[in-house]
Design a protein around this ligand. Structure first.
Ligand SMILES: Cc1ncc(COP(=O)(O)O)c(C=O)c1O
Length: 417
């Protein structure tokens, strides 16, 4: 018999294998100082495009005050226990009611975390007779929720309606006259490419097929739609979304999440969702803090307007400078470059050390070999001067990449202990 830890020494996993060279720099970097476009990385000020603090609420003085007061009033322990047992409060219910109203649904349930909430909601909504049909580029929380499913699942090509139709036909055929139904799962905004899920077109397919639609709108809530109510509002089809999910981890700049749907569905989730029934309730400071954030997001359109001013400037200038930013129609701004993994490493190092710009980098195996994506997240806190500085830096690194400069010397070890 083997020690189960034996494999750990041999194989750290697809990301872990880089830990020796990368820890503390490319992976687990420490951004210090106030949450803002300018933060400190390894003691030096960097222009930071890597936070999903879309509306700038994370460090807003009013929000900080509300968080501090709530922490002083309640502490982090209150309420104790799961919602169902002893952890319910009027503030939890008030937040649920306000969220439901804001996203035009009958009811809402709070979740402690987005990831485990999605996973658990999928687990709760389907049984072994049901079939899940989901987009190939869905977030890990959806993929992992689908993994728990004891019945069949079919994946369709990303945002490809023909592929979706094919899979819906297969699902219908498989279910036949049996007890099962179909759950289609998509995202509102895809966090890597910035493309929108084709919600309107997917909902149109309800005329041909019987299914319910689950939308993970983590990146759309607060950023999309006239009032910020998300991608369904943006596309004018919020009604057709049966289960609307978003997290507090992005526009709301906090921790927690929610699902909004018809009363009956939410009540079923309340009494059956294992991640909430068997876990302590969201602490009061997070609930009171979320009420404050929601009020600001909903009642003050200037945050979203500022965000989009920066989005339009950044994306417009990148395009003007000849950069490939893919098919984004949302604030998520990917800059797609061609290069190898060592080139990606060198380029990122150069960007951080010599141009003082910090952004996330995506390379193989997350995307195809030979591509590098620098992912920029504009926020309401950025300025037009930040955009200009970034465009100059990007032009410089692009010409170095094109000239092969990043091939020359491979920076192999920047790990910080
Ligand atoms: C699309 C999407 N869904 C779900 C989540 C998980 O949310 P949370 O951070 O609240 O666990 C994320 C990341 O935060 C995400 O990007």
């Amino acid at each position: 018999m083997k020690d189960i830890f034996e494999k750990i020494q041999k194989n750290m996993g697809p990301l872990g294998i880089h830990s020796k060279e990368a820890h503390g720099y490319y992976t687990f970097p420490k951004l210090e100082g106030e949450l803002a476009p300018r933060m400190k990385f390894m003691g030096k000020e960097v222009l930071n495009w890597s936070l999903n603090n879309y509306l700038g609420l994370g460090n807003n003085p009013e929000v900080r005050k509300a968080d501090a007061e709530a922490a002083a009033d309640w502490g982090c322990a209150y309420p104790m226990g799961a919602r169902m047992m002893s952890g319910n409060t009027s503030n939890h219910e008030r937040l649920e009611n306000e969220l439901a109203e804001f996203v035009s649904k009958e009811d809402c349930i709070l979740l402690n975390f987005g990831y485990q909430g999605v996973l658990s909601a999928i687990d709760c909504l389907v049984d072994r007779h049901d079939v899940i049909v989901y987009d190939a580029e869905c977030h890990a929380c959806i993929i992992d929720g689908v993994r728990l499913h004891a019945g069949k699942r079919y994946v369709y090509k990303h945002n490809d309606l023909e592929s979706l139709e094919t899979q819906l036909k297969r699902a219908e055929k498989l279910i036949g006259d049996s007890q099962g139904g179909i759950l289609v799962i998509t995202e509102g905004v895809y966090g890597m490419s910035g493309s929108q899920g084709k919600l309107k077109e997917i909902i149109e397919l309800k005329k041909k097929f019987d299914f319910r639609l689950f939308v993970d709108d983590a990146h759309g809530f607060g950023t999309m739609g006239k009032t910020g109510a998300g991608t369904g509002e943006e596309q004018g089809c919020q009604d057709g979304i049966d289960v609307y999910f978003s997290t507090f981890a992005k526009s709301m700049a906090s921790v927690g999440a929610f699902i909004a749907a018809d009363k009956e569905v939410v009540n079923y989730l309340r009494y059956n969702m294992r991640s909430q029934i068997f876990a302590k309730s969201l602490p009061m400071p997070l609930v009171v803090g979320a009420l404050k954030r929601l009020a600001m997001l909903r009642d003050d359109p200037s945050h979203k307007a500022n965000l989009w001013k920066i989005v339009n400037a950044l994306q417009g200038e990148l395009k003007k400078a000849g950069f490939n930013i893919g098919i984004t129609t949302t604030p998520v701004t990917p800059v797609v470059l061609n290069g190898t993994m060592p080139e990606a490493t060198n380029l990122t190092y150069d960007l951080r050390e010599n141009f003082n710009i910090f952004c996330s980098i995506v390379a193989y195996p997350v995307i195809p070999r030979g591509q590098i994506i620098l992912r920029l997240i504009p926020t309401a806190m950025h300025s037009i001067a930040d955009v200009e500085e970034t465009i100059q830096a990007f032009k410089a690194i692009k010409s170095k990449l094109d000239s092969g400069a990043y091939k020359a010397e491979v920076i192999t070890n920047v790990a910080v202990s």
